[in-house]
Design a protein around this ligand. Structure first.
Ligand code: AVI
Length: 329
């Protein structure tokens, strides 16, 4: 991982290199249950497709999360307090963040962190125009692996990590705990975590959300193979793989897979990866929680729940948790 600071925009660049991408893809495809890391969905096309997913009626998460934010932003801003350094993990186009930027008092700075450098730079430019005087310091990084916080021009009272969209659900439970521990270690005690957490619900709602009628989620899933072909030189035949998503109630998660429609082999250099007909590549898990269940997970990482907001049907929650640990991770 390299670190470069771009003079004009002060981009802090820890973008994972091509060799790590190659290693992670190959090791995932050599497992007995083949898998690929879902963080690699988000190249330019994947980020665009994800934005389209977010505007789908069936994919309720962004709509409910924004409605909860809008309904309770006054209370949230009061809880977070003034002079906050706002850090966002997986900032994407920072669309939801604008409501916080509009309401937080005397914000010390905003640090968006994302793996997709193009989108990060574009968003930073837009924010600089719309929020004159706000220090925005983009960090290009795989936030699951660690990064350093940049130095700020202004002093701050505390850090608040904003992690919307229920992206925490894309980690398996052990990785989720490690991630939360790392966040706790990054911030001074008393700092906060404002996090969107998707809740358990009728599986048919989940089925529709991950199998939308326009096939955008299927295209998003398949784009991962297209990206691997383009950037790593694999020869996946996209028409021989099919998007398959279902809710696994025992594990409390939606699983997304790409299923091989026939016996086939994929090649890279001198490595051959055979696929049986019906065999899948597991591309994403999206865990759904009960409120208590999530708070127990967060407590194990050192966070104490302060406040939870939900929509009427209790499909989605936004939780504010406070770090009770010393900054030692
Ligand atoms: C980013 N993440 C929270 C989304 C989710 O719901 O797990 C990604 C996604 N996958 C399919 N649709 C959306």
């Amino acid at each position: 991982m390299s670190f470069k600071e771009d003079e004009q925009i002060r981009l802090h660049d820890f973008e994972p290199g091509q060799s790590r991408f190659r290693e992670e893809v190959l090791s995932g495809l050599l497992k007995s249950q083949k898998e690929l890391p879902c963080k690699y969905f988000y190249d330019e096309k994947g980020s665009y497709l994800f934005e389209r997913i977010c505007s789908l009626e069936e994919y309720y998460i962004p709509r409910l999360e924004s409605a909860i934010m809008e309904a309770h932003i006054g209370e949230m801003a009061a809880l977070l307090g003034p002079n906050v350094l706002l850090i966002e993990c997986g900032s994407g186009n920072s669309a939801k963040t604008r409501i916080l930027l509009d309401h937080l008092r005397e914000l010390a700075a905003y640090v968006p962190i994302d793996i997709s450098r193009e989108q990060l730079l574009r968003t930073t430019e837009e924010l600089a125009l719309d929020y004159y005087g706000l220090e925005v310091i983009p960090v290009c990084a795989d936030y699951t692996c660690g990064f350093e916080l940049p130095a700020l021009k202004r002093p701050r009272e505390r850090e608040v990590v904003y992690f919307p969209g229920s992206t925490i659900g894309n980690f398996d439970p052990i990785a989720a705990r490690h991630f939360l521990e790392r966040i706790a270690g990054l911030c001074v005690p008393g700092s906060g975590l404002l996090i969107g957490v998707d809740l358990k619900k009728d599986p048919s709602v989940l089925h529709r959300a991950y199998n939308d009628s326009q096939g955008i989620t299927a295209a998003f899933n398949l784009n991962l193979l297209e990206r691997i072909n383009r950037q790593l030189g694999y020869n996946f035949q996209l028409e021989w793989f099919k998007h398959y998503a279902f809710y696994n109630p025992k594990e409390g998660r939606v699983e997304m897979h790409l299923v091989s429609l026939r016996e086939q082999a994929v090649h890279l250099d001198n490595v051959t990866i055979p696929f049986a007909r019906g065999e899948s590549i597991w591309t994403e898990s999206s865990y759904k929680f009960n409120i208590d269940e999530f708070q127990q997970l967060a407590a194990a990482a050192g966070f104490k729940a302060e406040h939870t907001w939900t929509d009427e049907k209790q499909w989605f929650s936004i939780q504010y948790l406070v770090n009770t640990r010393k900054a030692d991770v």
